[in-house]
Design a protein around this ligand. Structure first.
Ligand code: PBG
Length: 325
């Protein structure tokens, strides 16, 4: 049955009608706010390539955490810049380093706020790769796994509710799940960066987290942007190994991957609206070329429509405010 019997515009005539047939909603509880914590005191330094986002020392991070809580955002994702780097990234499992100290401080003040910690080595290794190097250029998968396990246990010990391993080593979820369980952290969840692509969209993040590889690239462990079927195999593996939440990253250029994961697997799906995606929107908005609020809200809705339940985004504070308005 078609026109003129069926007229889709009939149900678009007023806001109430539109609201009745609206299929997707965006809520503040869909949001996760990423934060960068650094050593030192009294540091709040704006990240040039991520305007409106800052590096915070542990004492200062509570200012933004207060805001996160009062806006009703349920979770933060912590990244750390360590006070020292070495070949194995040992500061990553040091309980005195920024991510661990911030987790403790946040959980002490807001036990109900969900603390997710990024578990990777690139911010912590002197060479900037996400694992132990062999021959100076390839990351040795199996030598890296025990280090990832130590990071997970250190984060859990300091109060993390969810560990988010972003390193793309094979077997990483299993290594972390086994170590967490052995240490008694059976209730600490794992959010796996299951389908993480080797993407140019991470550029601004690497400047913010001081984590760019000094040599080479990450194509030997992160996924080829051309592959969606391989992404499904990655997700399947992570679920078999014990992932509680699976992720597709980046988000905007990979919505087809998100939808396939959502339709294929019964696990909550998170998408990561990464630094380069944020920077492009901010730059265009600063030039007056786009309506920032409308563009961002439309993008968030797109993530939800694609099947994401959770959205990690540097826009989270703004989105939460816009949802209240
Ligand atoms: C660490 C990590 C990266 C991001 C999150 N965790 C960078 C990378 O893999 O190089 C990127 C996040 C962003 O761009 O916002 N491995």
């Amino acid at each position: 049955m078609g026109f003129p019997i069926y007229r889709p515009r009939r149900l678009r005539a007023t806001e109430n009608l539109r609201s009745m047939i609206r299929e997707t909603t965006l809520s503040v509880t869909d949001l996760i706010y990423p934060l960068f914590v650094v050593p030192g005191k009294d540091v709040k330094k704006e990240i040039a390539s991520l305007p409106g986002n800052y590096q915070y020392s542990v004492d200062k991070v509570m200012e933004v955490i207060d805001q996160v809580v009062s806006l009703g955002i349920p979770a933060v994702l912590l990244f750390g810049l360590p006070s020292y780097k070495d070949a194995t990234g040992s500061s990553a499992w040091d309980d005195k380093e920024p991510v661990q100290m911030a987790s403790k401080a946040i959980k002490a003040k807001y036990p109900e706020l969900v603390v997710i910690t990024d578990a990777c080595l690139c911010e912590y290794t002197s060479h900037g790769h996400c694992g132990v190097l062999e021959n100076g250029c390839t990351v040795n998968n199996d030598a890296t796994l025990p280090l990832l396990a130590k990071i997970a246990v250190s984060h859990a010990r300091c109060g993390a509710d969810i560990i988010a391993p972003s390193n793309m080593m094979d077997g990483y979820v299993q290594a972390m799940r086994t170590a967490l369980d052995a240490a008694g952290y059976t209730n600490v969840a794992i959010m796996a960066y299951s389908a993480k692509f080797a993407s140019a969209f991470y550029g601004p993040f690497r400047a913010a987290a001081d984590s760019a590889p000094s040599k080479g690239d990450r194509k030997g462990y992160q996924m080829d942007p051309a592959n969606v079927r391989e992404a499904l195999r990655e997700v399947e593996l992570d679920i078999e190994e014990g992932a509680d939440i699976v992720m597709v990253k980046p988000a905007m250029a990979y919505l087809d991957v998100a939808t396939k994961v959502h339709e294929t697997f019964n696990r909550p799906l998170c998408v990561y609206n990464v630094s380069g995606e944020y920077a492009m929107v901010k730059a265009a908005a600063a030039n007056g070329w786009i309506d920032e609020k409308r563009i961002v809200m439309e993008t968030m809705l797109g993530f939800k429509r694609a099947g994401a339940k959770m959205i990690i985004t540097y826009h989270a504070l703004d989105v939460a405010k816009w949802l209240q308005a």
